[in-house]
Design a protein around this ligand. Structure first.
Ligand code: SAH
Length: 331
């Protein structure tokens, strides 16, 4: 096997044979790089740019994160610290379900039990994260990160990457499923860009769990053949809206709204204006699966005023459509 190394940076780890290694790499067209004093001493390009890092393990972790090959000729016994600390940790995105700690998957619970660090916000089974903290895991409440949502998301990504680079097993606990309005994909991209292995454990989304615990079936034989999920975090008249409300109003099946408590009245008015029947059943499931769960029935015409009158709030799932006209009595 021959490796084409032309122009490829290769991290040379300091040791008795480092100078020889650097020379051989140069002959093959590679760009040997080193860190701190080592770089200066054996004449290598210094990495990471601008740092004074002298620890081999940090340099190795850096190389691993950036996909840079390593030439490490130190005797095996000297590589102990390097091997242990270059063991990069991992990030597991866990869908925690709607909030009831029993509605997480077995795989999700196992990942929490094994986690060194847990990043959580305020939706989903936060109690489980606190249990893990009680047995010694580090718990980071990312809902408390100040500044804008964007800055907060960047900080979450940074924290995940930082902790995993230290060799830790990081669980990013999310409400519901990570890929339903959960920014899970962005978090995966951040990990991948940093060379951190990442896994996803799906979760029970509030979109289906909310109605289910309330006794509402989102599909009914003979009633509907379609089911649509919409985020209502921006009102229909917003220039930021990506939803085709006219098309939605023309549909006959079940419509599930999340992040929509504040804009529910405006959404209902828009659907009616675009032709959906004002008498269409609409049910609000607040705090689904949690203490304080409330199920409140209305129609499209009365949805906004009902939410206001009853003081319904976040988090809530709203089900609109004929299917919402059937609420099972659950014992
Ligand atoms: N990834 C999550 C959704 C995140 S968006 C999931 O799959 O469930 C947050 C929205 O989810 C909330 O605004 C609310 O509409 C809904 N939600 C989450 N948990 C809920 C709960 N326990 N009860 C009702 N709605 C919930």
């Amino acid at each position: 096997m021959s490796l084409v190394l032309t122009g490829v940076p290769v991290l040379v780890v300091d040791g008795p044979e480092a100078d020889v290694a650097a020379e051989l790499l140069r002959e093959q067209g590679a760009v040997p790089v080193g860190w701190g004093d080592v770089a200066t001493r054996i004449g290598l390009v210094r990495i990471p740019a601008g740092t004074e890092t002298t620890a081999a393990d940090e340099a190795l972790a850096w190389a691993h994160r950036n996909g840079i090959p390593v030439d490490d000729r130190r005797p095996r016994e000297e590589r102990k610290d390097a091997t242990s600390s270059s063991t990069v940790g991992e990030v597991v995105l866990v869908g925690g379900g709607p909030g009831d700690p029993e509605l997480i998957t077995v795989a999700g619970a196992k990942a929490l039990a094994e986690a060194d660090v847990i990043l959580t916000d305020h939706l989903g089974p936060v109690d489980l994260a606190e249990d893990a903290a009680a047995r010694g895991a580090e718990l980071i409440d990312v809902a408390k990160i100040p500044y804008s949502r964007q800055v907060a998301q960047e900080r979450i990504n940074e924290l995940m990457v930082e902790r995993a680079s230290e060799g830790k097993k990081v669980v990013r606990l999310k409400g519901g499923d990570p890929f339903i309005f959960g920014r899970g994909y962005e978090e995966i991209e951040a990990c991948t860009a940093a060379g951190i292995p990442v896994q996803v454990i799906p979760g029970v989304t509030s979109m289906t769990a909310g109605p289910a615990v309330a006794g509402i079936s989102l599909t009914h034989r003979g009633l509907n053949h379609d089911l649509t999920l919409v985020s209502g975090h921006v009102p229909p008249d917003s220039s930021k809206s990506l939803v085709d409300w006219t098309a939605l109003a023309g549909m006959t099946g079940t419509l599930v709204l999340i992040m929509a408590v504040k804009n529910a009245g405006a959404i209902a008015a828009e659907l009616i204006a675009q032709g959906r029947d004002a008498a269409t059943p609409a049910v609000v499931v607040e705090n689904a699966s949690m203490p304080g769960q409330r199920v409140t029935a209305a129609t499209l015409a009365t949805l906004g005023e009902t939410i206001e009158r009853e003081g319904l709030g976040h988090p809530a799932v709203i089900v609109i459509g004929d299917a919402a006209g059937h609420i099972a009595e659950l014992g």
